[in-house]
Ligand binder design. Structure first.
Ligand code: DAK
Length: 256
């Protein structure tokens, strides 16, 4: 079976569904490869304006495929294909909205943190249980969690393996909304539709700038913001946006 299902949802929206239900959507190398390929194709397809990533209604992902990892030794793990795949996933340039239900653990939580906006179902549970396996997070968990929810809570997750409920994840800023589980995808689609109607070059620049805030010192981040802001003055969509405002009509953006 295809480890990631892909479907179009109306104009400009793609839904990617992790599809290894028997393994709680564990992130096998084959799954990550397929996901990286699909995101690469979506990035290059001008028709696609936003992507939704979900594991369906029961589980987001139970982390790396533990059975596959058990086959690695200290040398083969160095040549592991997965870091390259994770990098490709992180570099997706269009809006990526996660719709998370059930367990979102280990690499699953790290994958959720690759999303730009997270919608959680009330039953979602977030954790980094790698410590129980004698390892630590390997796809950014120790770096992104403290930047997102703060050091003390990130330490509790990484050292004690504590889980966060959906409500806690909302309070701590890991997710932006909590809805009944059956509405996570609908809510993500609603947001994706709003974003899909915005000028795509400005959307891409906004994502790049906000993401850079996780990495750059403030002065460099402000410089990047300024450069991206000025670049957008060269776009037809910027002229259209300002003209439409002056003429009191809705803007028609073309991604140019
Ligand atoms: N990998 C492989 N199979 C898994 C799995 C996983 N992570 N999680 C569950 N499964 C499989 C189970 O083995 C079981 O298979 P069968 O026995 O039916 O063949 C089936 O899914 C159903 O699992 P359960 O019977 O356990 O189902 P429950 O609903 O009772 O429990 C659970 C669900 C998610 C709470 C539980 O399965 C669980 O605790 N799973 C393991 C969670 C975990 O430890 N996750 C962290 C994995 S470490 C890296 C990047 C990333 C990472 C590492 C390196 N690089 C780029 C280098 C990430 C590491 C991790 O994520």
């Amino acid at each position: 079976a295809d480890p990631v299902l892909s479907s179009r949802e109306g104009e400009g929206i793609l839904i990617l569904t992790l599809n290894r239900p028997d393994a709680r959507n564990a992130l096998s190398t084959a799954l990550l490869e397929r996901l990286a390929d699909l995101l690469g194709a979506a990035d290059a397809d001008p028709e696609i304006r936003a992507v939704i990533l979900t594991g369906g209604l029961k589980v987001f992902a139970a982390g790396a495929d533990v059975k596959e990892m058990a086959a690695h030794d200290a040398v083969s793990i160095l040549a592991d294909a997965r870091p390259r795949l994770w990098k490709a996933i992180r570099e997706f340039g269009k809006p990526l909205i996660g719709a998370v239900n059930g367990f979102c653990l280990g690499g699953g939580n790290e994958l959720a943190m690759c999303c730009d906006i997270l919608i959680a179902g009330e039953d979602a549970q977030f954790g980094q249980p790698e410590i129980n396996l004698g390892i630590i997070p390997g796809a950014g968990g120790t770096q992104r969690l403290p930047r997102t929810i703060g050091r003390s809570r990130a330490m509790e997750m990484a050292l004690a393996g504590s889980f966060l409920s959906a409500r806690e994840a909302l309070t701590f800023g890991l997710v932006s909304r909590v809805v009944p589980p059956e509405l996570t995808i609908a809510k993500a689609v609603e947001l994706a539709r709003v974003i899909a109607a915005k000028p795509p070059l400005a959307v891409r620049a906004a994502k790049q700038a906000v993401r850079a805030a996780e990495e750059l010192p403030l002065s460099e981040g402000l410089r990047l913001e300024r450069a991206l802001f000025c670049q957008l003055f060269a776009t037809a969509d910027r002229r259209e946006g300002l003209a439409a405002f002056a003429e009191k009509r809705p803007a028609k953006f073309e991604g140019k």
